[in-house]
Design a protein. Structure first.
Length: 133
C-alpha cells in the first residue's frame, strides 16, 4: 500500500513518513463489491479495516445501527478488547479498504495504538453501540 494513502485515513494521518512506510508494507488493499459482508456478528476480530472509499452499514441483530464512510475504521474495538464482533458490516457501495491483521497492529507505535484506544473510549463514553467491533 502507498504510505501516503495510508496517511489519508484520519487515524493514521499523524504517522511519520518512516512509520507510515513501515506500516503500509504490511497493509493490504482490497476492493469490495456492494452487498459484500465485511464483518459478521459473532466472529472473532482478527483485523482492522480502514475505509479508503465507499460506504457500509452496520447491522446488529437485524437492525441498522450506523453508517460508515471514507476514513472510518472497522474492527478496532474487537482487536483492542479481543472480543467477538457485535454486528455485521455490509458494503452499501463499491469500496476500497485497507486491512491490517492483529499481527500488524502490534507493530504500530504506542502513539497510534493510544489514538485507536481513544476512539474506543470515546465511543463507549458516548454510549454509542460499537459499529466496528
Amino acid at each position: 500500500m502507498d504510505p501516503n494513502r495510508l496517511k489519508e485515513i484520519p487515524i493514521f494521518s499523524h504517522l511519520s513518513d518512516e512509520e507510515a512506510k513501515r506500516l503500509a508494507a504490511f497493509a493490504t488493499e482490497t476492493s469490495v463489491a456492494e452487498g459484500q459482508i465485511l464483518m459478521k456478528q459473532g466472529d472473532y476480530s482478527t483485523e482492522l479495516i480502514g475505509i479508503e472509499e465507499g460506504t457500509a452499514d452496520v447491522i446488529q441483530d437485524g437492525r441498522k445501527i450506523a453508517s460508515l464512510k471514507d476514513g472510518d475504521l472497522i474492527g478496532e474495538m474487537g482487536l483492542i478488547d479481543r472480543e467477538p464482533r457485535n454486528a455485521d458490516v455490509i458494503a452499501t457501495s463499491p469500496m476500497r479498504v485497507m486491512k491490517l491483521t492483529h499481527w500488524e497492529i502490534r507493530r504500530m507505535s504506542e502513539d497510534t495504538l493510544n489514538r485507536i484506544k481513544e476512539i474506543v473510549a470515546q465511543r463507549r463514553q458516548a454510549g454509542v453501540a460499537d459499529p466496528t467491533h
